[in-house]
Design a protein around this ligand. Sequence first.
Ligand code: AMP
Length: 360
Amino acid sequence: MKIGVIGGGQLGRMLALAGTPLGMDFAFLDPAADACAARLGEHLRADYDDQEHLRRLADQVDLVTFEFESVPAETVAFLSQFVPVYPSAEALRIARDRLFEKSMFRDLGIPTPAFADIQSQADLEAAVASIGLPAVLKTRTLGYDGKGQKVLRSAEDVAGTFAELGSVPCLLEGFVPFSGEVSLIAVRARDGQTRFYPLVHNTHESGILRLSVASQAHPLQALAEDYVARVLERLDYVGVMAFEFFEVDGGLKANEIAPRVHNSGHWTIEGAECSQFENHLRAVAGLPLGSTAKVGESAMLNFIGEVPAAEKVIAIDGCHLHDYGKAFKAGRKVGHATLRCVDLPTLRARIDEVETLIGN
Ligand code: AMP
């Protein structure tokens, strides 16, 4: 079976690493000459709206999937004429726009921060008056890793901020005084069968994920699964979805969904029976799903900008290195380490060792 992937970054690369043992081949469509997945399959170097190359991709694969959600809707519609595409155009349409996703959460009875659609500076000022400060202004589309958003704490922060974010449609959200951030990675098969990984506790710095720790029997696991199941069913979703939540007042508030494999699920490569990457491929290919059970205590640390010396990383017991083969760039995710240990105290000690290598 040959899988077409829109995007050729590290998520595409890890999909190919998981699918190759299943006998799958891969083709990636990505405009970047240095797309890091390219070494693991065919690389069609073209823009995401290049119909000639999209057609060429569709003609050589059995199905198409995505490694990022900001794919133009027309691209999905075009590809869907020739080849099955998972997840669906509708799932991408909702997940790529913060207003659509928060409105869907509200319709499904899933708690969210207070939010308002912002089309102008006047809208922003009116929304600040009703939601209050602090608040977070986010572009509705194309934001990632803390880009395209600003925390507003005072009236001075509000002045001129719509223009500062590019005068594009935005969402204002009430600031959530969360006690923690968690994500639930779920996978849904073509026949509706659904499995959930254990909740993951995430730590961000400057809007970028730094550390994910897979939890043990988290008290909010069942609630998170209930919320995520509502979204999966509403979208008749196929594949892996990540759902990020704020933990607040002993409950959960929905932040966002990603209709794809997700950074907070990278620990599953060594830390779960079947990784998020393999389960995504199983789901889209119509194969039986694999077990989402943990196989030890597990965590993932991102390498941002550069990867520490490989021999130092893998010298740490239970530590697995994933170097994406990307060039150094400040703020860029260039690799990660997965830790798998027998118990939590050992895991904590190993996390500290990796953090020392990163220089934290
Ligand atoms: P996002 O791109 O929406 O996932 O935001 C990136 C990070 O900014 C989140 O992981 C939070 O740490 C923080 N953040 C986003 N929205 C809010 C909010 N409404 N209240 C508090 N912190 C937020």
